[in-house]
Ligand binder design. Sequence first.
Ligand SMILES: C[S@@+](CC[C@H](N)C(=O)[O-])C[C@H]1O[C@@H](n2cnc3c(N)ncnc32)[C@H](O)[C@@H]1O
Ligand code: SF4
Length: 357
Amino acid sequence: MSRYTFKETNIEAFKKYWRDKQWKPSDRFNLYIDGPFCVQQCGFCIHRGDRVSINSPIYNRYYKEYIPYLLELFEEVLSFKVPDSIYFGGGTANLMTTEIMVDLFKQIPNMKEIPYKVMEGHPAFMTKEKIDILADYNFSYISLGLQTLDMSLLKRHNRIPHKPEKLKHLIRYCQEEKKVHVNCDLLTFINKGNAEDIQILKNDLKLLMEEYGPNLITIYPEYQGFSKNYTDITSFSIKEMDEAVTKIRSLRRGIMSQVRKKPRYNLLKENRIELNDEAIKEFLLDDYYIGKLSQEEFKKFHQYCCSSFPFHPPEQNVLGIGGYSRRKPYSYLGREHYFTIENKDWQPKIFKQMEDK
Ligand SMILES: C[S@@+](CC[C@H](N)C(=O)[O-])C[C@H]1O[C@@H](n2cnc3c(N)ncnc32)[C@H](O)[C@@H]1O
Ligand code: SF4
């Protein structure tokens, strides 16, 4: 990260960078809107939002005042060029009610014209009505975190469980009636934290592919289970690195054993599986993908995601707005500048004062 300039900057300075940039036709513009709340916090999660309930004062102020205010502030940036994609992430982005979704989508300049749109969320908060709205706005994907289909394991991690039959129905509804693709996330190593957990992953993959049928399955290894300092792989001790390589090797074997049995699903980013142990170390915390997609379709899917800095292509430019408490979405311009945008007037203490009144 030190090779890049990181700045906390203000909105005016950010807008100037954006204006002064020499935009090339190959440059892409991705808009990220943060949903910084969670109704319940899952024990394993590194992205968790503050515990805030739907329609509480903080929630309403965030979605009805703060985000509209930011959209107005960035109107110049948003109207300058139709974004190539919009990504609603979190936290739990689909905690938005249907009214809030509609109001917000109406306020985003050129919303209908944005070609690639993703809504992330917790399956317990996804409904047919929300999917109808997302389909009306031609969303390309919804991305649902399942983590595991082992309900007792979810419970142990304080996670609100999903209802399997409702979820299967919603996935089919998206795909067959609304032409919206579905990604499901799985998180592995959240039971014992070692290679023994792969049996849970294998069961999950089998069930997901056979009964739920999402277009894409994303498999994450639980990062913090590798080391306290998981953000800096160079700090890993020899023991941590050896254990990590063993875990990833078993993860790859587990994935392969399941995907081979299902001709409709492809292993995507195959090169990650082919790696030898030395090369695994470079991609230790990488995610894995299985999909009913071709490699070409998958490339397109990834081309438009707001990849994490600094793992993004140089032509990617992201405006990230929102955030609350610890969550600060980043923005970046290619490889040159990386920001979080300071917004002192809207930090949690201001929200809290309002809540205390
Ligand atoms: C930004 S989170 C949002 C998920 C959504 N709120 C939900 O509960 O389904 C996206 C994904 O990050 C992954 N994730 C969460 N904690 C993780 C961790 N400790 N290590 C790696 N991936 C993690 C999960 O698979 C999760 O679905
Ligand atoms: S997995 Fe989702 S719901 Fe659970 S804490 Fe993380 S962001 Fe919140």
